[in-house]
Design a protein around this ligand. Sequence first.
Ligand code: ADP
Length: 189
Amino acid sequence: MSTRSGPSGQTDRPAIVLVRGDITAQDADVIVNAANSSLLGGGGVDGAIHRKGGPAILDACRTLRAGHYGGGLPTGQAVATTAGNLAARWVVHTVGPVHSTQEDRSALLASCYRESLRVAAALGAETVAFPAISTGIYGWPMGDGARIAVRTVRQEATAPVREVRFVLFDQAAYEIFAEALAADGTTPR
Ligand code: ADP
């Protein structure tokens, strides 16, 4: 199932598409990884990407750790590697914030979407697939995560990106993203 939406009358803005499924099965120029700062793999999306993408992605991450990212990738930032065996040209790794009830880390979550899009656009990517960053192991409530994702992508996605696809693992997440899209005033086209 998928939903395609865009601001009415503004066909030059990238489309926002919702898909229910596994992000590692997506055919897109960029697949975004909900990584951790070590860049050396983990659970959830990260584990699935490394399993299906093969060792070339981990090799590229190790090279990053040996160079500019010796201390790891900071939260809210993004960096690209090969996509290995995935049906994508690049994986863009970004580190979401762990959800906190003591501290508002929303700006860091928005930064993940913004920086991933910036890296994707610099590579010349036209299609970008995102998971719901931070809403798994990092504990972010899906409704708030969806609102931040939709708002940030609507504000930040620009050419050459023409399609941003949110890939939601289950029906509940899909419906929450559909509600966030509707609440954001994005009308189907
Ligand atoms: P984080 O550590 O940033 O919370 P996770 O990978 O644990 O990242 O989860 C992020 C979201 O991605 C969760 O909503 C989770 O259900 C979902 N998810 C897990 N595996 C996949 C997958 N293969 N494809 C798409 N979404 C996934």
